[in-house]
Design a protein around this ligand. Sequence first.
Ligand code: PHE
Length: 341
Amino acid sequence: MKEQLARIRSEALAAFEQAQSAAELDSLRVQYLGKKGELTAVLKMMGKLSAEERPAMGQLANEVRSALEAAIEAAAGKLEAQALEQRLKDEALDVTIPGRKVKLGHKHPMYLALDELKDIFIGMGFTVLDGPEVELAEYNFDKLNAEEGHPSRDWSDTFYFDAGSRVMLRSQTSPMQVRAMETMELPIRIIAPGRVYRKDEVDATHSPMFHQVEGMVIDKNVTMADLKGTLNTVVEQLYGKGTKTRFRPHHFPFTEPSCEMDVQCHKCGGVGCPTCKGEGWIEMLGAGMIHPKVLKMAGIDPEVYSGWAFGIGLERTAMRRFKIADLRLIFENDVRFLEQF
Ligand code: PHE
């Protein structure tokens, strides 16, 4: 029995020493000290000893048990310390490593062009307005003097939401003229940029969604000369001093007289080239003096007040400003394109 105890002691101590994990140590504890453990088995045989042998052997057995328990505790402490060290190593944070750069994007070229336009108009005392893209036909058409039956109201051109053709995606920013007239104090000087929608097929110059900037001034004694003077100033600021413009007669239901303004081609200086399709001029916007009927419908006396308005296509302005050849590039969001601005 003595030898058995000695063997258990030396085997167990060696095993505890070598345990690699808390779980392994625990199963060793069960193997030696558990109910069916090796030491327990020896202790159970104690009863078969003679009365003289028993006390000495009992003492020895207790010593072995204490030694084993102490060894387990020591091994557990060692494993715990090792685990902690490992975790500290694994989770170490090197605060001297240079940080990862946060990539900042930048404005889309079309919004760069819009910012330029806004700056110019704000500098001239205009207010920037925002308005609904889901619009009432009443504002998009009726109050702009485009009555039932006007070709622009056709289902083939316009995105309506209802069979009654009452609610629609605005086809122009011009309804903002009326919204401004109805809500603002006179005199009024506003621009209203935003998305507009028409049933157009996508190609190099068309998209069913595009952007316009509406502009409007209403005051006493406002004339066509003010319109031309203002737009000429804007064009010179956008495209450089001395850039020429040309006003051609046109028709819009809500302006009278109406015109379109062309800018002399930036590529050829007016001689004619592929960019301006040989014309020497590039169409830039529609404009005109606000129709007296439109003023009256909005509750403004056309005998006292007059005004002008214009609507400019933002994509085309950006395309000219940054020499972009294809409208689709503006909407495709290809970073190889966008990164160039
Ligand atoms: N809304 C017109 C268009 O989309 C442009 C325009 C605006 C014309 C203001 C005159 C005055 O074609």
